[in-house]
Design a protein around this ligand. Structure first.
Ligand SMILES: NC(=O)c1ccc[n+]([C@@H]2O[C@H](COP(=O)([O-])OP(=O)(O)OC[C@H]3O[C@@H](n4cnc5c(N)ncnc54)[C@H](OP(=O)(O)O)[C@@H]3O)[C@@H](O)[C@H]2O)c1
Length: 279
């Protein structure tokens, strides 16, 4: 479906490179069908030597030559990049934006054209091909377009399709979530050190415990409450620990964190829209 399509990636920074690596490693596409652009020669040299893709500093050339485009520049560079490339954008191309906080309606009004647009919110785990991404289609995106976007983001992790209005909630949960998990891992490791483990042992055990628990949950598809019950034997250690976590309000704290991060994402998005219209 995608393998014979030309894919263009504008912005080959952290995310752009991770996506190039993912689609090539998973054979979703091949280097001969990928062209990348960036303002930085060092980034272009890197993707060219590492993945064998074509590169150029000319964003417009990338848009002209591609059937699927991924805009992976920073949100503050989106307006300029869209204006620079709008002449070659049209309904024959699928346009995917991963710019955080930039609504599809804003892209469309910036380009002043009807487009097959898709917005994606990936997360940092994309770099290790375990990203969690949410995909939302614009007014003119077809079912086939959503499928193609899903194929691309499933090559760097796992993805779901949602309505665009839920993007702030996604940002508050899976977009910001790795930061919460890193905090939890550090706290667990500190606790391990306090109880006598070396820092290295404690950090490894806490990170691997989180990885293993997530894998068990996703692979068995069991309810997390049932899995928790399997670990908590009567009068045992885990239930004693859980009692303390409940007393400390862990669940309420995490729910509050996702709620405030969602509201902050909405606020930042509104500021972004104002800046966009000024550019
Ligand atoms: N990183 C994440 O974890 C993450 C998570 C979710 C969403 N996102 C979204 O993904 C997008 C990319 O993020 P990133 O972390 O990959 O950023 P990044 O590492 O800064 O990559 C962006 C690249 O685009 C280049 N660039 C700037 N202006 C350009 C232009 N006009 N044309 C072509 N290239 C241009 C940048 O060069 P300079 O460095 O010289 O500006 C940089 O090499 C952002 O919109 C962000 O919101 C990122």
């Amino acid at each position: 479906m995608i393998s014979n399509k030309k894919i263009g990636i504008i912005g080959t920074g952290n995310m752009g490179e991770a996506i190039v690596g993912g689609i090539i490693a998973s054979k979703v596409s091949s280097p001969k069908n990928i062209i990348c652009s960036d303002v930085r020669a060092d980034r272009l040299n890197l993707v060219k030597s590492q993945y064998g893709v074509a590169t150029t500093k000319n964003n417009l050339k990338v848009v002209r030559e591609s059937e699927i485009l991924i805009y992976a520049v920073k949100p503050q560079n989106m307006a300029a990049t869209l204006k620079e490339t709008s002449a070659a954008m049209n309904m024959s191309k699928l346009i995917i934006s991963i710019a955080a906080g930039v609504p599809l309606a804003v892209i469309e009004s910036c380009v002043k054209k009807q487009l097959r647009l898709i917005r994606v919110m990936p997360n940092i785990a994309t770099f290790v091909k375990e990203g969690a991404a949410a995909i939302a289609g614009g007014k003119h995106a077809k079912r086939e377009d959503l499928k193609m976007a899903k194929t691309i983001f499933d090559s760097v992790g796992k993805s779901i399709i949602i309505e665009e209005e839920l993007m702030d909630a996604v940002t508050g949960l899976s977009g910001s979530g790795p930061a919460y998990i890193f905090l939890i891992v550090t706290a667990l490791a500190d606790a391990g050190v306090k109880m006598g483990l070396s820092r290295q042992e404690a950090l490894f055990l806490s990170a691997q415990t989180i990885l293993g628990s997530a894998k068990l949950l996703l692979e068995t598809n069991e309810h997390p409450g049932r899995l928790r019950d399997r670990v908590t034997s009567p009068g045992g250690t885990a239930i004693a620990g859980i009692h303390t976590l409940e007393e400390g309000g862990l669940r309420t704290t995490l729910m509050n964190a996702v709620e405030v991060a969602t509201l902050r994402s909405k606020q930042l998005g509104e500021m972004m829209v104002k800046n966009f219209s000024r550019q």
